[in-house]
Design a protein around this ligand. Structure first.
Ligand code: AHR
Length: 486
């Protein structure tokens, strides 16, 4: 049943956020490339592709890199910027040609909100406060004078601000008690400039670490706007994660089963947050999520380059459904990462670029951006996908009503072996027509390559019927469908 006239919470478009770290070929060779004359510039093809998925925000410069990054290394004349070693990711040389101005040009061209993660681990409150002042203050000050000298008169519109990254691990190996104090210290000096104030996002828990959430919310919750949970889907172990494309049905099932676990994580972290913040002022931000596979054979292990198959697309779809369903608390998320790293939207090779199956899910789900979440239930017993004595739900979905009053439903069939027919009633709207698109392929591991860039891409969908108030959708095996009801 879809209650088209009900709905309370808005699915924030910020759930569909991206993540660009100075890691492998995400920035360099991804967003940022060298022309024949040796000049660095933003890639127009990448920007055009990302504009189509309406990227709402881009998290930068990390990740673990953020707590090693000193922002003043990345401003001023490029040839005068220091060259450093990226000790976090492969000890490669970082020439700092992509810094604050270049990042903010990127977000402006994407029409996306910046989401800067400041350095807590190896930085100081002064360094972070000056970065905030440099990008946000509209008056006379040492930092605005420096900004002017570097060619930018007016401040940018920056609001989303991370106070450290994974401070329980690569960001400083802190306890939650210690981090809560450090957070308050850093956050105190991120000044409000009139109505311009940062939306301060604290390091949140690693997966099931409910103790972290409890202590940080208890000790620092009143100064926090967002709490950043990180959860990666790893099919095998961290030492042997498994291949992105060479896998069996067992690994298909496990990937989806582990991806669905984020529902439990969100429910339990949200319950802890409710104890300190019953009015849900503080957003739960899923600031890093996605499938983490072994790197592609022959590539630098420190670059985290992996292929992306139909399995990744389904993991993205079911994860986004879960975030959508928790729209009351989950108001931001960032898939890791945008280009050439982990569960990417785009892979590049020289001048060439391909869109991954995950990219197509983000494109199909644009219909939910800033739309009202609608209650969605299915008739009859919930279909289950069974595999070797275990089972998970066979169908996942989200329904929403956009600003024009159109109702969209996204449905995913997790079962690779059988089609499922979903029947439901549409209440509270007169619907006479339905149209849709589908993302599927014949093989579990179907993926796009530079030779076959369109092996997995959306196609028109004919398996939807509306008759009176009845909606019937015939979901092909291992597919994602978006339906528009009119
Ligand atoms: O996304 C890759 C890394 O995973 C990030 O840098 C870090 O925050 C996380 O552990």
């Amino acid at each position: 049943m879809i209650h088209a006239d009900l709905g309370r919470d808005t699915i924030s478009r910020h759930i569909y956020g991206q993540f660009a770290e100075h890691l492998g070929r995400d920035i360099y060779d991804g967003f940022w490339t060298k022309s024949g004359t040796g000049r660095w510039h933003l890639r127009d093809d990448v920007i055009a592709a990302l504009r189509k998925i309406q990227v709402p925000n881009v998290r930068w410069p990390g990740g673990c890199f953020a707590d090693r990054y000193h922002w003043q290394d990345g401003i001023g004349a490029p040839e005068q910027r220091p060259t450093i070693v990226n000790t976090m990711w492969g000890n490669v040389t970082e020439d700092n040609s992509f810094g604050t101005h270049e990042y903010l040009e990127l977000t402006e061209r994407l029409g996306a909100a910046p989401f800067i993660v400041g350095n807590v681990g190896s930085g100081t409150p002064r360094e972070m406060a000056e970065w905030w002042e440099y990008v946000s203050f509209d008056g006379t000050s040492p930092m605005t004078a420096l900004r002017e000298k570097n060619g930018r008169h007016t401040p940018w519109s920056v609001r989303l601000w991370g106070v450290g990254n994974e401070s329980w691990g690569c960001g400083g190996n802190m306890t939650p008690e210690y981090y809560a104090d450090v957070y308050k210290r850093f956050a105190t000096f991120l000044a409000a400039y009139g109505p311009v104030r940062p939306f301060r996002i604290a390091t949140g828990p690693n997966s099931e670490d409910y103790h972290w959430t409890d202590v940080v919310m208890r000790d620092a919750g009143r100064m926090i706007d967002g709490l950043d949970l990180h959860y990666y889907t790893v099919v095998g172990s961290w030492a042997h994660k498994g291949s992105a494309t060479d896998f069996s049905e067992r690994e298909w099932f496990t990937a989806l089963q582990k991806a669905l676990h984020v529902e439990d994580l969100i429910t339990r972290h949200a319950a802890v947050m409710d104890q300190y913040d019953p009015r849900k002022r503080v957003a739960l931000v899923v600031g890093e999520w996605g499938l983490w596979h072994d790197v592609e054979p022959g590539t630098n292990p420190g670059f985290l380059y992996q292929q992306n198959s139909l399995r990744d697309a389904l993991v993205a779809a079911v994860s986004l459904d879960i975030f959508n369903r928790h729209a009351d608390r989950v108001r931001m998320a960032n898939i890791a990462q945008t280009i050439n790293v982990l569960q990417a939207m785009i892979l590049t090779q020289g001048d060439r670029m391909i869109l991954t199956p995950t990219y197509h899910v983000f494109e199909l789900y644009t219909v939910h951006h800033d739309a009202v979440l609608l209650p969605l239930t299915f008739e009859g017993a919930q279909p289950r996908y069974e595999y070797e004595g275990q089972s998970i739900p066979a169908v996942s979905g989200s329904a929403s009503r956009d600003k024009e009053g159109r109702v969209h439903v996204t449905l995913t069939n997790l079962d690779p072996n059988r089609a499922w027919t979903v029947n439901g009633e549409i209440a509270g709207a007169h619907v006479s027509r339905a149209s849709g698109r589908v993302l599927t392929a014949s093989a579990l591991n179907a993926h796009n390559t530079f030779d076959q860039p369109a092996a997995v891409e959306p196609a028109p969908f004919t398996g939807v019927r509306v008759s009176g108030e009845k909606l019937t959708v015939e979901l092909p095996p291992k597919s994602i469908v978006v339906v528009e009801l009119q």
